[in-house]
Ligand binder design. Structure first.
Ligand code: CP3
Length: 345
């Protein structure tokens, strides 16, 4: 495969813009980290947040999957809670657990105590993105941020949650606190994306991983307007916007309407069902992440089905239906990448 000389001409950005592609572009959520031995080596003795704030490490970790797999896009190595950390919220990312917040947010005073993010809080992000773009050449870099609902869940629950009960209780019972919190996070995520694009990121992805916990009506009334503000500010930068969540079969239309150019689809919804729901937009996804544990020919046969179904979309970016599972065999992901890139477009 020949590499494009500029991200603008890459298969990834062409698909995101709905233009004809030389091959279906492929990258993997959580491609950086966890499953790669070279990642575990450079992370030895270095905390997750500490590594996200070290531009040299961020550049190295982001490049690792690009080198190993030859994927069509790099995803910036960071985390959705990094902006909160940068403004001084007392939190940590615990191995095998995820983000843990020392003093969960419950009141209006708690929300108001969180400073707004400015580019000066995250100069290390600017430095890392600039370093990356110089190294990546024609491979586009995807910047990202957490969507207000998903970030709010960590802030209100104090850590990972299955039911998001305290978060939704605030949404149902304390609308003024909820509105203030969602506005605070939306502004923060938008600034975080602006910083990444200003430094050279070619596209952005807004992760609303846990939005699938909501009914369509609650999503539309209490969440979508806030995500829409983030996507609107990102749209003003002229880069494609991908909007992704898990378990969002009922929300795909609304997530598209929030202002996405491409809607990420998890593996539970066949692309053939998802495409009519997202309207005149591209789709990203959606091979079941456990299929990499199946025999290679089973995995590639399912990947072919995903590519075939994607032809009906305005544009299709191949991905897993959620992140790479940490115990994934990197050789199997390499075979999957080569299969997708050599499949007739
Ligand atoms: O390769 C990539 O996708 C780039 C880096 C990235 C990370 N987090 C690094 C990370 C991205 C895009 C994220 C986004 C993120 N973080 C999301 C949205 C995407 C999704 O997966 O749904 C969410 C919900 C988080 C919050 C978070 N951070 C979780 C749920 C976890 C996992 C806990 C675990 O280890 O099972 C983290 C930690 C985290 N973020 C790790 C990495 C590489 C693992 C920490 C480590 O290596 O020590």
């Amino acid at each position: 495969m020949t590499s494009p000389t500029s991200p603008t001409d890459s298969a990834f950005l062409k698909a995101a813009r709905g233009e004809p592609v030389p091959h279906t572009p492929v990258w993997f959520m959580r491609q950086a980290g966890r499953s790669l031995p070279e990642y575990l080596r450079v992370r030895e003795g270095v905390g997750m947040l500490e590594s996200c704030m070290n531009p040299e490490l961020v550049v190295e970790i982001t490049l690792q999957p690009v080198r190993r797999y030859g994927v069509d896009a790099a995803i910036f190595f960071s985390d959705i809670v990094l902006p909160l950390k940068a403004v001084g919220v007392d939190l940590d990312i615990k191995p095998g657990v995820g983000p843990v917040v020392e003093n969960p947010v419950r009141t209006l005073a708690d929300v108001e105590a969180i400073p707004d993010l400015t580019p000066e809080h995250v100069t290390f992000i600017t430095e890392a993105v600039q370093g990356l773009v110089a190294e990546l050449g024609g491979t586009p870099l995807i910047g990202f941020a957490g969507a207000p609902f998903t970030v709010a869940s960590y802030l209100v629950e104090g850590g990972p949650s299955k039911e998001h009960a305290k978060t939704k209780a605030m949404m149902f019972g304390a609308p003024d606190v909820w509105d203030a919190l969602m506005r605070k996070i939306a502004a923060m995520s938008a600034t975080y994306l602006e910083v990444q694009v200003a430094a050279g990121a070619s596209a952005v992805q807004l992760f609303d991983s846990w939005a699938g916990a909501l009914t369509p009506a609650d999503y539309r009334d209490q969440v979508q307007p806030h995500s829409a503000r983030v996507l609107e500010r990102a749209g003003a930068l002229g880069v494609p916007r991908i909007h992704f969540g898990v378990g969002t079969t009922n929300l795909l239309g609304l997530m598209g309407e929030a202002g996405a150019d491409v809607v990420g689809v998890d593996w539970r919804t066949p692309l053939a069902d998802a495409i009519p729901l997202v309207g005149d937009r591209g789709v990203q996804g959606n091979l079941d992440p456990t299929l990499v544990f199946a025999p290679t020919e089973v995995m590639t046969a399912r990947a072919a089905e995903v590519i075939e179904a994607g032809r009906a979309a305005k544009g299709h970016i191949f991905n897993l239906g959620h992140g790479v599972i940490p115990s994934t065999d990197p050789d199997q992901l390499k075979r999957l990448t080569e299969f997708v890139q050599s499949y007739p477009s």
